[in-house]
Design a binder for this molecule. Structure first.
Ligand code: DGY
Length: 343
């Protein structure tokens, strides 16, 4: 019996593999590095759907050569690795996995804020290097969080989850969002005493800043030289969103020249490349894009991706469509046709 063909980039939990296997033949490629475009093209040449991750670039060229491809289930909330307008133009559904990773990502942002301000990694290195001689009143001092102001850039689900945590740590919240003012702003005021400001005011008035917006044409390079120049000299910048939201070179120069206090970074502009200069700085904490790296969270992300594929080929609208305009009668008929031919 011929089945749908699905490419899974990365691993898939056995229970989810069995669920998907009911309708599909799965090819797994558990790669550790970004695959060359030519290899993705050849892997997708005969596939109806793919489960991809931020590591996998699904370009227009890849879509052009993947004539059967109907669904890209991106196992992440961010989808900047997929060229959405081209997918839409070709009638390919793109789905993502929002909601299930809010707490995990907000936790990591808070961990980075604490690790950077309280110098956790530096202190750990200090002990391992045998430098500790005993309690000292001025050893490894950092700023208090309680009573200070945190600026949150982007107040979607993850931004709000972070705000909740920030409030518990006694931080005052100012934030910026990109949508027009609406009832969400009153809710944020009611729930967290959070005050909406513009980006300039946020940069000028925050003791710490955490980035929680998606990467898109509006937010690429959002935090550039001008914004960094406005920050307080002690300001600590946290990024668990996407590296390219910050002008990385400008950030490096501000950190090297001690124009801002420090940074906690989970994401980088050209992963896995991390600017050399950052490796030498004690006031920077670096982690390898692990915002959602919790067992239950990663399972739920994978489950959401699998469910998107199952729904799409069963004629049901997937829960998290990035390009809902593709979900029209024509696509539904085509997907049903693909599935019935694959029986
Ligand atoms: C996302 O979901 O976009 C994260 O960056 C990876 O989990």
């Amino acid at each position: 019996m011929k089945k749908l063909k699905v490419l899974v980039l990365g691993q898939l939990d056995r229970a989810l593999a069995e669920k998907l296997n009911a309708i599909a033949e799965i090819e797994y490629v558990d790669r550790e590095e970004r695959l060359p475009e030519e290899q993705i093209k050849s892997l997708l040449a005969d596939k109806d759907a793919v489960i991809s991750e931020p590591l996998d670039t699904i370009s227009s060229a890849v879509m052009d050569s993947s004539k059967q491809l109907r669904v890209i289930a991106n196992r992440a909330v961010g989808f900047d690795n997929v060229h959405i307008p081209d997918a839409t133009q070709r009638g390919i559904l793109v789905t993502n996995t929002p909601g299930v990773l809010d707490a995990a990502t907000a936790d990591l942002a808070m961990a980075l804020l604490l690790a950077t301000t309280r110098r956790i990694c530096e202190a750990d290195r200090y002990i391992r290097e045998g430098k500790w001689t005993g309690f000292q009143n001025d050893l490894m001092l950092g700023p208090d969080l309680w009573g200070k102001t945190i600026g949150i850039v982007g107040m979607g689900r993850i931004g709000k989850a972070f705000a909740k945590r920030a409030r518990a740590f006694g931080l005052k919240i100012i934030y910026t969002r990109f949508s027009p003012k609406d009832k969400i702003d009153s809710q944020l005021w009611g729930d967290y005493d959070a005050v909406r400001v513009d980006l300039d005011d946020l940069c000028k008035n925050s003791d710490f800043i955490s980035i929680h917006c998606p990467l898109n044409s509006q937010t690429k390079g959002l935090i550039g030289q001008a914004q960094l120049d406005q920050m307080k000299p002690q300001c600590v910048l946290i990024n668990t969103a996407r590296g390219a939201i910050i002008d990385e070179q400008a950030l490096v120069s501000h950190l090297v020249n001690k124009k801002i206090g420090g940074a906690g970074l989970d994401v980088f502009a050209d992963e896995p490349n991390v600017p050399e200069e950052l490796l030498k700085l004690d006031n920077v904490v670096l982690v390898p894009h692990i915002g959602s790296a919790c067992f239950e969270t990663r399972f739920q992300m994978a489950e959401s991706a699998v469910d998107s594929i199952l729904s799409a080929f069963s004629g049901q609208r997937p829960n998290h469509l990035v390009n809902p305009e593709v979900w029209n009668e024509r696509t539904q008929n085509e997907l049903a046709q693909v599935k019935s031919e694959a029986r």
